[in-house]
Design a binder for this molecule. Structure first.
Ligand code: PLP
Length: 225
């Protein structure tokens, strides 16, 4: 894998679109991230708080760190000083904790509502009803140190283009509906994070503004290390 070359290919693919690349660097060593950085990549996604904090401590300060994995409330503290966006907001309780830790650090943390779009039982995320409950709760407007900037979804792990397309369309429609109902005066609510190595072209076609790509940049992950 030539990481720099892979980053350049994605830069070319996304040039002139409204879609950004999140380089998903979980399990990858810091020198792999540095290579991507040297090719111009600035947004990195991780799925574990501790791993992200360790990498952030030794890599350049201008990296935009995105949390993609399910986050336990007791882990928020360790990434609150630097994390840019938590893409895996899946409860009001988590959002309250993010707000509390952001406030302690005198900053604002962005969040994406993770919406359940897959036909798989293992995936985390909010149903539409749960997301509406969160947005309509009296607590939500009091959370001044978090900014909800859009939605995120993880599609089913399938080869069926039809199914992927339906799931991406569903997320896009959810975004549009939330935008109209809750965020019509919030220009910062603009992100639809969907699409990974195997399905990013479909996701872009359905309106993705953020693709999350790991193995197509860094190669296969080795979970045994
Ligand atoms: C690992 C991961 C990705 C990247 O997957 P690839 O298939 O390696 O591109 C994207 N999104 C989330 C939430 C992930 O956990």
């Amino acid at each position: 894998m030539n990481i720099e070359e892979n980053i350049r290919k994605f830069q070319q693919r996304l040039a002139g679109t409204h879609c950004k690349l999140v380089a998903v660097s979980k399990t990858q060593p810091t020198d792999a991230l540095q290579q991507a950085y040297d090719a111009g990549q600035r947004i990195f996604g991780e799925n574990k708080a501790q791993e992200m904090a360790q990498k952030a401590a030794v890599l350049p300060q201008d990296i935009e760190w995105h949390m993609l994995g399910h986050l336990q409330t007791n882990k928020v503290k360790s990434i609150a000083p630097f994390v840019h966006t938590i893409q895996s907001v899946d409860s009001l309780r988590l959002l309250e904790e993010i707000n509390k830790q952001a406030e302690k650090n005198n900053r604002t943390i962005n969040g994406l509502l993770q919406i359940y779009i897959a036909q798989e039982e293992t995936k985390f995320g909010l149903s539409i009803i749960e997301a509406r409950e969160l947005l309509e709760s009296p607590t939500f407007p009091t959370l001044h140190n978090v900014k909800i900037t859009g939605v995120m979804g993880i599609a089913t792990n399938t080869d069926s283009e039809g199914q992927l397309q339906r799931e991406f369309k569903f997320l896009k429609n959810t975004f549009t509906s939330f935008k109209e109902t809750y965020f019509s005066n919030s220009p910062e609510f603009k992100e639809i994070s969907m699409g990974m190595s195997s399905d990013f072209e479909l996701a872009i076609a359905e309106g993705s503004t953020m693709i999350r790509v790991g193995s197509s940049i860094f190669g296969a992950r080795n979970y045994l290390v």
